[in-house]
Design a protein around this ligand. Structure first.
Ligand code: MN
Length: 500
């Protein structure tokens, strides 16, 4: 079983009737071989299903309509085994709503120099068949992925898998529901936005709830359920001994267990994949959830603090895209700087950083929380794993959305931070803090981000492309001047592209 279960990508192979039934039989057989091989490959995380070879405009239209309505189909791979005159594809491509990848491959790998004849040439025509097909995609002004190379090569399969994961993220975005407990942090700009435009652009729904909706669900959690949860905590974390022996601390831990189970039930019953809350809206709650939110994120829920529904959605989508991969994904905030020989960013939040990014077993402790509400709160403490990561911010520009991506290198802190009572990650942004932060600020990036070691820059950009929004990448090659020029060019493009 693939990690995405019943979800699948269709492989649709194009041809035409010019070459006779024997060639078409071979084309169909080869498509089936490719789909079966990709599905059984460890490099591919989703089932690839070969559909019948299409040779006429009506075949093509029918399979595109079928892909649109097939619940488990999250995208299609299109490939021309032979020549397939591209006007035949106009009708189908115009109605296709699922994302498509154009796989520019060839069934046969090496050229059989000593044996090659015209039969071989007629069967293996992708080199020009795919160019004819590619032309119509460009003529239709369609954004799509083009992957080039032999389908059995590891590097090509890695590219195919990357795109399939993005298609899964996009599929998740279409059906995602986000619960907002309370509203936005008062006066904060970047966490606001147009939820109607977001639903039109990304598909996801944002639903607000008063804390009075959540409180009875939390209060209904039983003592037995709480006790069971404490056992789970003891098995998964390094639990500070005082947490279990000090009656007050133990009570605070039980509060978190109740909050976690209550929020989980609320989200699960309502079909929500992500949530937000806000320290300014806690009426009826014992405290701002700490451990509870951290654990819900590690179970796959998206989260955004201070009502940040855009980041919450992006955290959830990145978690879906990176399913089964080693690197984790968390809600994050650029918190404070370490200026020095190499300028660094200490990323953290009041409490809510996901343990999926931890470099070791997290510690579970109770500390006094002083922002917004003053409470002793149980939380997980850890350091983010060293290695490459990206920070992603999706912002509302008023007339459209923009995604900003900064590549960073997370490092091990050179010293302990014994008095810091929250989880953290320390990183060096590429190309350096000076250029990266200036670029991020010019691009309008939020103070919140989706921090991930589970998806690549290219995958994030592909997601933006599927969503039809601008992607601004800040990486080792970025200059502030170049980035500002790019922003101006993009402003013109997106303004013209979206029409009146
Ligand atoms: Mn914040």
């Amino acid at each position: 079983m693939k990690i995405y279960g019943k979800k699948e990508i269709w492989l649709i192979t194009g041809s035409q009737h010019l070459y006779g039934p024997a060639v078409l039989r071979k084309v169909a057989e080869n498509s089936e071989t490719i789909a079966t091989s990709l599905t059984s490959s460890d490099n591919i995380s989703i089932k690839i299903v070969a559909k019948d070879t299409v040779t006429t405009p009506s075949d093509i239209l029918a399979v595109c309509l079928a892909a649109n309505s097939a619940e488990n189909c999250v995208g299609v791979i299109l490939w021309m085994h032979t020549f397939s005159p591209a006007k035949m594809w106009i009708g189908g491509l115009k109605v296709l709503h699922k994302p498509y990848m154009h796989l520019h491959t060839q069934f046969n790998a090496a050229l059989p120099f000593s044996e090659i004849d015209m039969d071989f040439m007629n069967l293996n025509q992708s080199a020009h068949g795919d160019r004819e097909f590619g032309h119509i995609g460009t003529r239709l002004r369609q954004d799509r992925k083009v992957v080039v190379g032999h389908w059995a090569a590891t590097s090509v399969q890695a590219e195919i898998d990357s795109w399939c994961r993005v298609a899964m993220g996009w599929s998740e975005s279409q059906s995602l529901k986000i619960a907002r407990f309370g509203d936005n942090m008062r006066q904060v700009a970047v966490t606001e936005g147009d939820k109607v435009s977001a639903q039109i652009q990304f598909g996801y729904e944002v639903h607000a709830f008063g804390l009075g909706d959540l409180q009875p669900v939390v209060d209904a959690v039983t003592d037995d359920e709480v006790a069971g949860q404490i056992e789970t905590y003891e098995s998964e974390y390094v639990v500070s001994p005082s947490l279990l022996t000090d009656p007050h601390q133990f009570e605070m831990l039980k509060n978190e267990a109740r909050l976690e189970l209550g929020m989980h039930k609320f989200l699960n019953d309502g079909g929500f994949g992500a949530f937000t809350n806000c320290f300014e809206n806690l009426t009826g709650m014992t405290n701002l959830p700490g451990l509870a939110t951290q654990r819900l994120m590690s179970q796959g829920y998206g989260y955004g603090a201070e009502g940040d529904w855009k980041t919450s959605a992006m955290v959830r989508i990145a978690k879906v895209m990176s399913k089964g991969r080693f690197g984790g994904t968390s809600f994050m905030e650029d918190y404070t700087y370490n200026f020095g020989a190499t300028d660094q960013v200490l990323g953290a939040h009041m409490l809510e950083v996901c343990p999926s990014i931890a470099d070791a077993k997290p510690k579970l402790e109770v500390h006094l929380h002083t922002i917004g509400c003053r409470n002793d709160i149980a939380r997980l403490l850890f350091t983010g794993k060293a290695g490459p990561a990206i920070n992603i911010s999706v912002i509302d520009m008023g007339t459209r959305f923009r995604m900003i991506i900064n590549e960073v290198d997370t490092v091990n802190p050179s010293q302990e931070l014994p008095n810091l009572p929250v989880a953290k990650a320390l990183w060096v942004p590429r190309p350096n803090l000076s250029i990266a932060a200036a670029s991020w600020i010019h691009a309008g990036g939020a103070h919140h981000s989706t921090y991930t070691q589970g998806i690549s820059t290219e995958e994030a950009v592909d997601l933006a492309e599927m969503a039809g929004i601008e992607a601004v990448v800040i990486d080792a090659t970025t200059t502030v001047r170049g980035l500002k020029t790019e922003l101006r060019h993009n402003a013109a493009y997106y303004h013209l592209n979206q029409g009146a």
